[in-house]
Design a protein around this ligand. Sequence first.
Ligand code: PXP
Length: 239
Amino acid sequence: MFLSVNVDHIATLRQARLGAEPDPVEGALLAISGGADGITAHLREDRRHISDRDLTLLRQVITAPLNLEMAATDEMIAIALSVKPDMVTLVPEKRQELTTEGGLDVRGQKQRLSYVIGKIQSEGIPVSLFINPTEADVTTSAEISAEMVEIHTGLYANAVGEKAKATELQKIVHVVCIAQNVGLISNAGHGLNYRNVSAIAAIREVRGLYIGHGIMSRAIMTGIEKAVRQMRDLIRQAG
Ligand code: PXP
């Protein structure tokens, strides 16, 4: 199963000080050393975490497949066509949201999405649509010629109790089967972490997982002791 690591949260931490570190490009290289098959970055309209500089450098430095997450706007189409990521994932974007809150309104935005997919595919870049696990969204995604869908796993990840989790998981499994029937590649992502990933990773028809927050949260916790020790050593040596 393909694992694409989202480095947005490294940039979020950098932007808290508007400085140079931590650098998501360096983080991406470390993620690849750790076994990531690909890297994902979401260039938002407000540039609240990933910047144009990050995207350009990621394209130059990362040899693993680069997935650009973006809104279906003219500005982002132009950037995608110039940076040429290995794939584009179209996502809905709201300024006020903390993170991507739901899948695309594929039916409501059918015409616009179809236009954007065509533009991006014309440069040979495959397109994935971030969708809620519904039958209608997956069949509409196929109608407008996306190559892939990324099934939103947020409701599954946030479900409370075994029964609710099983219900959400079932919806995902069902939609993945429909995607396969209509010739779409299925990926999955959002809210996946060390406690809930296994059930999704066990769905054989899912090609890849797109994970950010859970991995970066774990990286902080597993790195604190080492980081403090390094600082202690420096202070001890100076004194
Ligand atoms: N997939 C998409 C389309 C997303 O927008 C995000 C969040 O940026 C993710 C996957 C990763 O979600 P998380 O950070 O919760 O792992």
